[in-house]
Write a protein that binds this ligand. Sequence first.
Ligand code: Z57
Length: 830
Amino acid sequence: MHGSSDERTRTGMSPEALKRAFVDSMFYVQARYWEVATPHDLYMAAAYTVRDRMLERWIHTAETYRKAHARTVCYLSAEYLLGPQLGNNLINLGIVDSARQGARDLGMDLQEILDQEPEPGLGNGGLGRLAACYLDSLATLSIPAIGYGIRYEHGIFDQSIVDGWQVEDCDLWLTNGNPWEIPRPLLRFPVRFGGHTEPYTDEHGRFRVRWVPELELYGMAYDTPILGFGVDNTNLLRLWHATAGRSFDLQAFQKGDYYGAVNAKVAAENITKVLYPNDEPEAGKELRLKQQYFFVSCSLQDMMRAHLQQAPNLEGFHERYAAQLNDTHPSIAVAELMRLCLDEHGMDWEAAWEITRRTFAYTNHTLLPEALETWPVELFGRLLPRHLEIIYEINARFLDELRMRYPFDPERVARMSLIEEGPVRRVRMAHLATVGSFAVNGVAAIHSELVKSTVMRDFHELWPEKFHNVTNGVTPRRFVQLSNPELCGIVTDLAGPGWVRDAENLRTLEPHADDAAFQQRWQAMKRAAKERLAARIREATGAVIDPQSLFDIQVKRIHEYKRQHLNLLHIVALYHRIKQGADSDPTPRTFVFGGKAAPGYFMAKLIIKLIHSVAEVINRDPEVNERLRVVFVPNFNVKNAECIYPAADLSEQISTAGKEASGTGNMKFSMNGALTIGTLDGANVEIRHAVGHENFFLFGLTVSEVERTLAEGYCPWEIYRGNDELREVIDLLRSGLFSHGDPDLFRPLTDSLLQHDPYLLLADYPAYIETQARAGDAFRDVAGWTRMSILNSARTGCFSSDRAIREYCGKIWRVEPMPVSLATNDARVS
Ligand code: Z57
């Protein structure tokens, strides 16, 4: 009802209204009464209270978009690393204070309630978290958008540490119920696998193909509302859950093979069981391809259904939708949209291809050759015979074009083919995505240039206008406002609350960088965050760290190219100097590590063991541990991350130049006032440019120097021989000092460094050590450091995901905001 006061509205936002709704939810949703309610019950009641307020916005948003036939962005991603929802939803609704007050009135602590929430970890690392930041910004910018993905029953594994080794435990995020999702049992689409194809002639005498699948299952939708910040727009995240069909296995059922059918049912439901835990994937897992096709097919069918509710045919499909492929994981969509148009909707090839090519855009997130997805033709054809045919046809037409264009260059034509020829023929998914899209983008300026000059070079020469850059971004709602309340308070006092929507307003900090009183407030902010992290680390590991020391932090997936072991070489060098009584960096430091290793990645797991082994020796040694501490935060996830970024003084972004596509943790750190020690890689380049070269600790080879070094026959052994300290450090690792006398434990790591060193740690070692020393010195100049810290926050507003989404909207999607206002909503219930 218009004009109804907040007190009378069922979904009011005052502490009184929230309390009443909370008590109601406790009773009617949780079916609990006060005396027996567990902390988890309190969380659930709070979540349902908040959800009610989201639902009215969500329904109104859906109605507004539908009535306007709004052009809609569909973000297709196999991963969404959302992190806990309750705190973020309170922020985006603007009711944190109300909720805190309401909780207090009822004798509860809001933080304790927030801590109850398990983390929806439906992603591995950067790519999945990026998708989550983009959902936040799409809603905040009032862009009609749907996120499509997979409702994994088990997200990324929980990491625990036993004797210094990573142990994986199954993630159980759904076991206590998920209050944020709405199951849609009636919103189901069939998805087929296997079998064969048959030609036939349709009623118009046209040649057609029929796919006779072996297996049919269903995808069922689970919907999660995604609030915008400070707007009423609330978008949809639709995740698909696999269930068996009624006659689960056509073959088995006809034969009356009941147990065979039961097996098929189990196999069907396995598709959405678990997230593959590799950040840069190992290839060739059949179930992984099934997952990809499964969610893509459901999503495209859903888009078509919605489109055909409002349009007579599919002609305008690409005007209604822009579908973004988040890496190649959903790139089978190109073949699936063709199949749906051709086989299910009777279109001819040219019309289907026109729609397909104008619907998709593709984001590349890596140049690592081992991470570029390809599928063996044999496996592909067995699972998706019709799609393989379609891909062959796309390829045949594409290669004809290429031969016309490059008649004397058959090698180029072979390089560009969708099929890699060789002992095992493979489908190249990046080529499929590029040929089937109207735009291709990289995720940082340097990365986009490398995409054009290396992996996609031939394609860039053919279609230069197709290639773009959109530098990644991160949401300031979660990674500043929610994670760092003190910083939020400082900026809000200067700039007003609007900066959270317009992060460029962080610039209002800049004129205060040298103001003594302001610097004190800034230091108090850092200090509070460091104390929170210290308390959490103590709780999680028992380790005691000193908030006065320089917090030098590297948190990210463990990978050789990210060079956590370069960081370790520096730590061991500092240790070695102290033990030798040599003059050494007098700045007390706490080195913090965190990150998961892919379960099958031996070297990454050995790096985790080495971190713990070095920590054990250093932290126990009274001669050293006043100046150095080393800790590993187990189970790095969004929840832990929120506590870590604000506490950092120094952010380690030390990948080999050319290997990290962008990085996004680098942005979260510098927004929170950490200085970066980093290479000219990924978004580091742009961060350094934005904050000013004098406020960034740069070291290391550039991309072209890396290339040259490798081309000239890089010999790490010679660097080892020529650098006394480096040699002593590596010899210490090989001495058994860090492995209870076992000289072999870390041999795979040291051997790799001395023999090949593919990520050039030794080449970058001297510069890294020297730059670390400068950082240590700079930290002792408190005013100077504080100034640099303030300038890092002040100048990194451009790394807001709002900026990134604006660029996608303008350059790639050509979609406009459609603001939604609840004030005009008649459906609101009193
Ligand atoms: C992933 O997290 C990233 C790339 C991949 O190819 C896969 Br698979 C997973 C990361 C990059 O490594 C980061 O550099 C980048 O910031 C992030 O994706 C988001 O673009």
